[in-house]
Design a protein around this ligand. Structure first.
Ligand SMILES: [Zn+2]
Length: 343
């Protein structure tokens, strides 16, 4: 049946054995008009099985590749996060500076990525910082409650102390020696607080407050105050703390300010009496509900941000190197404050 005739000019049907079936081809005037098959199509199980194996292997290969790409992206994200928030990376960032700058000189450098990537998988390098910091939770005692919330429930002195103790904990985790001006609800004068820090040899001083305003409960945000001579060390401290707080999230960035609120020629006493770089932090308004809500929700993160800003400053100013080793023999002094004897 397979010997095909040459189609004639009259209609003709050709039978042909094809893969176990009979193929009928109807020619008309030499042109194929109709094709039909009769019988059961032969199924090539071997070929189908081989194709399935090839397909499965291909899918497995694709899945492996996707997994590998996802893992590498995840690792990349983790590194980026560490570069942003980790104190160890902050110190790695500073290491490039302290190598090229003299101890005590304020420098700025935003190149964190290369060093951070190199050290992202390593243990923290800041376990034992040779650094002394004074944390001053402002107000305290029955006669000085500080600002009070509109409902009269919350006193600033209590929140300052609560935050101060959290900052202390964060700093001590990094091996920093912390001098607290108070750890209970007691009153110390500002002179007493500063003397404590000066005599203990603290390198940096941070006074913790919450702000308030009468008659405007919409006013909100965070600001820091430094001496009105705008000393560069003090500014570095205030800006670093503010930058870290902004990363956590504050209602409004009111910036770093010099002098005294409403009296730019004057200073907060702490920014005169503390011989080391100092700043006064007003962490949101106790008279604003959004700031109060954020304080309650984020106080642990705020404490870590303040600690990170402090340690970054110590590195930026060349007090410590990347391993936490001290680079200057004595207490860090801020020489540019108005209203204080410099030496
Ligand atoms: Zn206050």
């Amino acid at each position: 049946m397979s010997n095909l005739p040459i189609p004639a000019s009259e209609p003709v049907v050709v039978y042909e054995q094809r893969e176990g079936r009979i193929k009928y081809t109807y020619y008309d005037n030499g042109i194929v008009k109709i094709t039909r098959y009769k019988g059961t199509r032969k199924i090539y199980w071997g070929r189908i099985f081989a194709a399935m194996i090839v397909f499965m292997l291909l899918m497995m290969g694709i899945m492996q590749s996707v997994k590998a790409i996802a893992a590498s992206l995840k690792k990349g994200d983790a590194k980026n996060t560490e570069a942003t928030v980790s104190v160890s990376d902050t110190l790695m960032q500073s290491s490039s500076k302290s190598g090229s700058s003299k101890a005590g000189s304020a420098v700025t450098n935003d190149d964190t990525s290369s060093q951070a990537d190199k050290n992202a998988d390593n243990e923290p390098l800041y376990a034992n910082l040779s650094l002394k910091v004074c944390i001053a939770p402002a107000h305290g005692g029955a006669s000085d409650r500080g600002a009070v919330s509109p409902d009269g429930e919350t006193a600033e002195c209590d929140q300052n102390l609560e935050l101060g103790m959290l900052v202390k904990e964060c700093l001590e985790k990094s091996g920093v020696t912390v001098i607290m001006t108070r750890e209970t609800d007691e009153k110390l004068s500002i002179s007493e607080r500063c003397s404590l820090a000066n005599q203990a040899g603290a390198d940096l001083y941070v006074s913790l407050h919450r702000n308030s305003v009468s008659g405007d409960e919409t006013l909100c945000g965070t600001e820091l105050w430094i001496n009105n001579n705008d000393p560069k060390y003090d500014r570095t401290l205030a800006e670093n703390i503010l930058e870290k707080l902004v990363e956590v999230g504050i209602s409004e960035n009111r910036g770093v300010k010099t002098g005294y609120s409403g009296l730019p020629e004057q200073n907060y006493q702490v920014n005169i009496d503390a011989v080391m770089p100092s700043c006064l932090l007003e962490l949101g308004f106790l008279t604003n509900s959004v700031d109060n809500m954020q304080f309650e929700e984020k106080k642990n993160e705020y404490a870590q941000a303040i600690a990170d800003g402090i340690i970054k400053t110590a590195a930026d100013l060349g007090v410590i190197d990347q391993s936490g080793k001290r680079l200057i023999p004595d207490q860090l002094i801020s020489y540019e404050k108005n209203g204080v004897q410099t030496y």
